[in-house]
Design a protein around this ligand. Structure first.
Ligand code: GDP
Ligand code: MG
Length: 164
C-alpha cells in the first residue's frame, strides 16, 4: 500500500510551496501571511515509479506565538499519527528557532522516521552558517532544498523513501 508522508514546520517556512512542487500542481495555498493553509491537504504523488500520499499540515490563522506553537504541536501529533515518514521543514533564512526545537523533540520522542529539510536554500553552492545550527536538533543531516526553485527536491524524496 502507498506510504503517507506529512510535511510539518512553522508557519511560512514553505510547506505548501514544497507540497505543490512535489505534487506538480498548485493545490495548496501559498501565502506571505503565515497560517493560511486550511487544516490539512492531501494529494497523491509518484516518485521513481512509486506512489505515495502527501499531506500538507497547516495552521488555522494563529494570532500569536503561543497559538502558533499549539497549532504546530497539533500538526506534529497529526503527522506522527498518520504518516509513515515525517518531513520536518525549517527555514534556513531564519535559522534555528525555539519552536523548531520544541517540535523536533516531539518528533524524536515518537520514534517516527523524520527527514529534516532546510528550505529556502536558494543558492546551493553557498551554504549559510545557519545550516549548521540545525545539527543541534539531533536529527539526521538536514537536506537543503529550495522549494520555490525545485532544488534538492529529488534528493529529499530519495531520503524520504529510504525510510519506507
Ligand atoms: P507555509 O506557511 O509553511 O505553507 O509556507 P508557504 O509555502 O505558504 O510559503 C511562505 C512564503 O515563503 C511564501 O512567500 C513563499 O513564496 C516563500 N517560499 C517558499 N519556499 C521558498 C524557497 O525555497 N525560497 C524562498 N526564498 N522563499 C520560499
Ligand atoms: Mg501552508
Amino acid at each position: 500500500s502507498k506510504p503517507i508522508f506529512a510535511i510539518v514546520g512553522r508557519p511560512n517556512v514553505g510547506k505548501s510551496t514544497l507540497f505543490n512542487k512535489i505534487i506538480g500542481q498548485r493545490i495548496s495555498i501559498v501565502e506571505d501571511t503565515p497560517g493560511v493553509t486550511r487544516d490539512r491537504i492531501f494529494a497523491d504523488g509518484e516518485w521513481s515509479g512509486k506512489k505515495f500520499t502527501l499531506i500538507d499540515t497547516g495552521g488555522i490563522e494563529p494570532k500569536n506565538d503561543s497559538e502558533i506553537l499549539t497549532e504546530m504541536r497539533n500538526q506534529a501529533n497529526l503527522a506522527i499519527e498518520m504518516a509513515d515518514v515525517v518531513i520536518f521543514m525549517v527555514d534556513i533564512k531564519d535559522g534555528l528557532t525555539a519552536a523548531d526545537a520544541d517540535v523536533a523533540a516531539m518528533l524524536q520522542k515518537s520514534k517516527k522516521p523524520v527527514v529534516l529539510v532546510c528550505n529556502k536554500s536558494d543558492s546551493p553552492g553557498d551554504v549559510p552558517m545557519e545550516y549548521y545550527e540545525f545539527f543541534n536538533l539531533g536529527l539526521d543531516e538536514p537536506v537543503a532544498v529550495s522549494s520555490i526553485h525545485g532544488l534538492g527536491v529529488g534528493d529529499l524524496l530519495d531520503k524520504v523513501y529510504s525510510y519506507v
